[in-house]
Design a protein around this ligand. Structure first.
Ligand code: NAD
Length: 403
């Protein structure tokens, strides 16, 4: 068969460890044989970020903005241990945080639903998509260790020099303090992204925060969501028969365990980080979650929601079998190709992305899966394979289908 042609390149952001092994294998075996792939390639592996003083991450975000669609492999966010492990010049920022800030986007994480793989939460019948605000809060915090007694304050100095002060704490003994911020414009974009997405997937929307305790910060989020809804989306939601609701985060968490799913749950940055891991695990495995960063001006970055799977990488390097599940990585590629096809009016490319997704899902439905899914499989004796074997099997199915 002739390979499918592309007009606009896909921005490829390569990554680290086991995720990178599966990433390259997916590209080699599941994309390159079928697509005349055009990529604008950026190597975001920790060594190259260190060599380029992280310029490569900034360049990759600019390329995503230029071309509109990117696919990203999981990358190491350095901590002290990683600095020693890779002999790094410094503790570079999380590439995801850099890219999210550059694109001011919202991350939508949705489970990969497969017949025969049952979520741990038995009431869930429909997917729950988690929308995570991708700017500010803890991820842009300034922190201070307080060594002894003294007064710690929040000070805002306006451009005309006037000051406003709020006492954080009168320290009588050592402790810690933290300052976080967010921007009305970013919160507004977040609200719009969530509301457009909910309309797109025809699901109700919940936004949760803790405004009973955070009476200014979280209250501001709640008010902006309400205003955007009333002024821009209420009519469209009514027409579509959908609801928007604010919900205290505690209430949202207890509800999620009891209901049947089928809605978009918008969370602040930290809540979204934690809750998306909870949802992914409850749907069977960290590898059962797709993730896409959507910017308000329509830039899409597809990635797997899990990390670099370091533990498996060291097993792999030692020559033992690492049963890493490549599904979310395959879905990042297929999602990017489908969106590229859609934006370029390239139906063959979109259809290929959809075929790649279907063949991967049907492989699991036929009983062939990686070890992480064994515990949640309905079939009592699935055929367990490694991640690399799984990719080989999907390649054979795809080749047969597209022949
Ligand atoms: P991780 O997601 O890499 O792995 C945690 C555990 O989850 C693994 O030990 C494994 O048991 C399971 N797991 C994750 N993905 C799996 C898969 N595809 N198949 C089977 N099991 C899977 O998280 P971590 O160990 O906390 O982080 C490792 C590295 O990844 C860190 O350096 C961190 O900075 C980075 N990280 C990157 C991203 C990203 O780029 N999107 C996200 C999270 C963590």
């Amino acid at each position: 068969m002739d390979k499918i042609k592309m007009t606009t390149p896909l921005v490829e952001m390569d990554g680290d460890e086991m995720a990178a092994i599966l990433w390259r294998e997916t590209k080699e075996k599941l994309v390159l044989p079928f697509v005349d792939l055009k990529v604008d390639y950026y190597d975001l592996s920790i060594r190259n970020r260190d060599n380029t003083d992280d310029q490569v991450t900034i360049d990759s975000a600019e390329a995503a903005r230029r071309h509109g669609v990117a696919v990203k492999c999981a990358t190491i966010t350095p901590n002290l241990e990683r600095i020693r492990e890779y002999n790094l010049k410094k503790m570079w920022k999380s590439p995801n945080a850099t890219i999210r800030s550059a694109l001011d986007g919202t991350v939508f994480r949705a489970p990969i639903l497969i017949k025969g793989i049952e979520p741990y939460v038995k009431t869930w019948e429909k997917p729950i998509t988690l929308a995570r605000h991708a700017y500010g809060d803890l991820y842009r915090a300034t922190e201070m260790k307080i060594d002894g007694p003294g007064k710690c304050e929040l000070v805002f100095t306006a451009e005309d020099g006037t000051e406003r002060r709020e006492l954080i704490h009168n320290f009588t003994s050592p402790g810690v303090a933290q300052g976080i911020h967010n921007l009305d414009n970013s919160i507004r974009s977040f609200a719009r992204c969530c509301m457009s997405y909910a309309l797109d997937v025809k699901q109700d929307l919940i936004f949760s925060a803790k405004d009973t305790i955070s009476k200014v910060y979280d209250r501001n989020f709640r008010e902006i969501f309400k205003q955007v809804f009333m002024e821009e989306y209420m009519e469209q939601f009514r027409h579509a028969g959908l609801k928007y609701e604010y919900c205290l985060i505690d209430d949202a968490v207890s509800r999620v365990i009891k209901n049947s799913g089928g809605y978009v749950w918008a969370c602040q940055n930290y809540d979204g980080d934690v809750m998306s891991d909870m949802l992914a695990t409850a749907y069977g495995s960290a590898a059962m979650m797709t993730s896409v960063l959507v910017s308000p001006d329509g830039v899409y970055e597809y990635e797997a929601a899990h990390g670099t799977v370091r533990r498996h990488y060291y097993q792999y390097l030692e020559g033992s079998v690492a049963s890493t599940n490549p599904l979310a990585i395959i879905m990042a590629w297929s999602g990017g190709l489908k969106k590229r096809g859609e934006l370029d009016g390239n139906e063959a490319l979109s259809a290929f992305g959809a075929a790649l997704e279907e063949e991967s899902i049907q492989t699991v439905e036929s009983g062939i899966m990686t070890a992480d899914l064994e515990k949640v499989a309905v079939n009592p004796s699935p055929h367990v394979v490694t991640g690399l074997q799984f990719i080989d099997i999907v390649q054979k199915r795809l080749a047969k289908r597209l022949d």
